[in-house]
Design a protein around this ligand. Sequence first.
Ligand SMILES: C[S@@+](CC[C@H](N)C(=O)[O-])C[C@H]1O[C@@H](n2cnc3c(N)ncnc32)[C@H](O)[C@@H]1O
Length: 238
Amino acid sequence: MNESRSTATASEIRDLFDRIAPVYDQLNNWLSLGQHWVWKLMAIKWSCVGSGSICLDLCCGSGDLAQLLARQVGVTGRVYGVDFSPAQLAIAKARVSQLYPPLPISWVEADALNLPFEDNYFDGATMGYGLRNVTDIPLCLREIYRTLKPGAKAAILDFNRPQQLPMRAFQEWYLENIVVPRAKALGLTEEYAYIAPSLERFPTGSQQVGLALKAGFASATHYPIAAGMMGVLVVSKA
Ligand SMILES: C[S@@+](CC[C@H](N)C(=O)[O-])C[C@H]1O[C@@H](n2cnc3c(N)ncnc32)[C@H](O)[C@@H]1O
């Protein structure tokens, strides 16, 4: 089995994220007890972007990481929030349209495996819970590598399988007994039952480091966070 490939097709994945779009933010906040905001801020810190940076938020979904990133780069910078789910992007756009002053974000409907940006374009990139969902992880990493400027970094946040057995058991219990029933109450059992198998297939932190180096990155480090239940892969281009 190729561990870096998802078994679902890209259109199945896009349809799934279109369907869950109306409840995605609510479930994210509830299921992480708001902690996903902290993990997203950590990813931004690791991406080392600053005022005036031109940044990519890949697989942006409903756009909360892109919004945080936009605040970090300020009015002289720009964030490109990229996703292939029209329903997620519609929510992302609606959320920022109510903000004043407006945030410097451009929403782009595109495939993370074939980015519509030239080489060496971005000063930094983030991705939250996207890498586990793309159908070809090595290709996605190569696209991030291609579009980053030399010296730039990307920080990729996703679930992680804890090394320690008690935490691993807790994570399995939580997904099965909290996440799936909560999603079931919203009529989305199948849509959220995909998380556990997708996590099983997802490369471990050290495998992600190996894939990133193979994609061309000069350095790659995987940081387990949240007692090892989440992880941030930080990569830099020479
Ligand atoms: C779990 S959501 C994460 C959303 C957001 N980044 C967050 O942290 O909450 C994963 C997102 O990846 C998007 N996605 C998956 N595969 C993609 C691809 N090949 N190209 C673009 N977007 C993709 C989905 O549409 C979905 O919005």
